[in-house]
Design a protein around this ligand. Sequence first.
Ligand code: NAP
Ligand code: ZN
Length: 346
Amino acid sequence: MRVNAYAAPAAGEPLAPTTIERRAVGPNDVLIEIEFAGICHSDIHTVNGDWGPQPFPVVPGHEIVGRVTEVGSGVSRHAVGDRVGVGCMVGSCGECTNCRNGDEQYCVKGMIGTYAATDRDGTSTQGGYSTHVVVDADYVLSVPDGIDPAAAAPLLCAGITTYAPLRKWQAGPGTKVAVVGLGGLGHMAVKIAHALGAEVTVLSQSLKKQEDGLRLGADDYFATSDPDTFEALAGRFDLIVNTVSAKIDLDAYLGLLAVDGTLVNVGAPAEPLDVNVFSLIGGRRSFAGSMIGGIALTQEMLDFCAEHHIGAEVEVIRADQVNEAYERVLASDVRYRFVIDASTLS
Ligand code: NAP
Ligand code: ZN
């Protein structure tokens, strides 16, 4: 089926309307009529070529929420009419140790990304800035009732990307968590860490968003442009989640960790980050990374968010505003996720 979409024609070019082909619904597939698609900074890194060459034209979008309109003959976990979500992953081998452990995102054969990846049939996957998508039912999540669908879309990437390390490093009552960068991922990290019971501090470039940060659940808020911040908070945190999309001075942030503390990088800037090992050995500290989360954990996160009445703070836009939204994300002028209303693509 031929459907409307917004695609980047080449690296760094503005996105423009187009049509793309979606495959016929196979026995284990689900056809989804997309309602909302979030704009993740990863979409921007990809289409700007920050992460290397891409199979243009690329339709970005891996924060997808919509309704099931057709299911294949072998599908039992989703039914026509269900509200569902699709995140960053639409396939993996299903057989390797990592897939069997529920870490499909670390599939040894490589997970199949929702866009700009090679699908099982050899075509390039195309993402959620589109009216419809056909996805293997095993990679389709159930969106619980009670979360607004526009606010649910960013959970499929920003939500799981922050939930996964917060759970892995056991954020909870008695732990002190810092979140670096209050953008799409950062604001979800604040909400989720707060709901998990941790004491949460935002480390943002300025104090411009302080009121928001405290309303979202932070206990404290500091500006990293103020050198006093790094003295005042030295040795304080058990866990730091770095969501920044650009290179930062990691050593300065590692100095904020307590003994045995961990700084987890989820931000994925184009440039390598430098670490002075003395920042680690001087406090038995760890520097780690984490990429999205497995399918079962993503469902757990959605259920957790529904139970705790957590959704993203979103600014819903028309598809023809996507290029302007990209500019605003790049300028750190997002509060806190742009979400495309897919009905404006029809
Ligand atoms: P975003 O909405 O643009 O948020 C990033 C925030 O980082 C900005 O709002 C800003 O916060 C801060 N920031 C930006 N430039 C900075 C600079 N030069 N110095 C210091 N701080 C700066 O982006 P996002 O969608 O949350 O994504 C963040 C990063 O995570 C991206 O690199 C993205 O590709 C990556 N990502 C990774 C995964 C994963 O699986 N690991 C998944 C999704 C996204 P303040 O204004 O508060 O300072
Ligand atoms: Zn993303």
